[in-house]
Design a protein around this ligand. Sequence first.
Ligand code: MG
Length: 203
Amino acid sequence: MKIIAIGRNYVDHARELNNPVPVEPVVFLKPETALVKGNKPFFLPDFSSEIHYEAEIVLKIGKVGKNIAEEFAYRYYDELTVGIDFTARDIQRQAKEKGLPWEKAKAFDHSAPVGRFIPISSLQDPKSFSFGLDINNIRVQSGRTDDMIFSFDQLVSYVSRFFTLQMGDLIFTGTPAGVGQVHRNDRLVADIEGTVLLDFVVK
Ligand code: MG
C-alpha cells in the first residue's frame, strides 16, 4: 500500500506557513513504514528538533482505479479517519530553501499515525463535517471539510491520473491552520464531529 498526501489544501494553513494558495493539488508520498495504527506512541526522531503535527482527514481507497472521473470518485473510497501528517519542519525548511524534495521531512518512519476508520455512510453529510486535534486537552486545530480548496472527489480524481489507486491506499487530504510543534509526553487526541478516533502520546 501507499500513502498519498496533499499539501496546502486549506487557505488558512497555506497562509500561516507563507505559502501561495495552490491552483492544483500539491502531492507527495509516504511509504508504508510511515504508517502507525492502534494508538501506538510516537517516538521523536533524533534527526529533527522541530517535529510538527498536522491533523488531516484520511481517506481509505476501497477499489482499484486509474484516471477516475471526479463524478465517480466517491465510489473509490468508503472509509475515513483522522491522521497526523508529522513533519520535520526544520528539515522541510532546508529542503524548500534549496529546492530539494521533502521526503526526509515528511516520509520518515512513523510519520503517519492514523485513527480508527469509520464508514463514510456513518456521517450525516460526507461533504461537510468538522474534525480537530487536542493536545494535552487544549484544542489546537479545528477544521471543516467545506474549507478544503480541493474536495475529496477532486483529489481522488487528480491523484489517480498519476498513481493507480489500490485497495488499502490512504490519502491524507491536508491540514487546516494551527499546526505546531510536539514535545515529549504530549497527548494527541483527534476527532471527527466530536467522536475520538485517534489518541496517542509522544515519547
Ligand atoms: Mg500535511
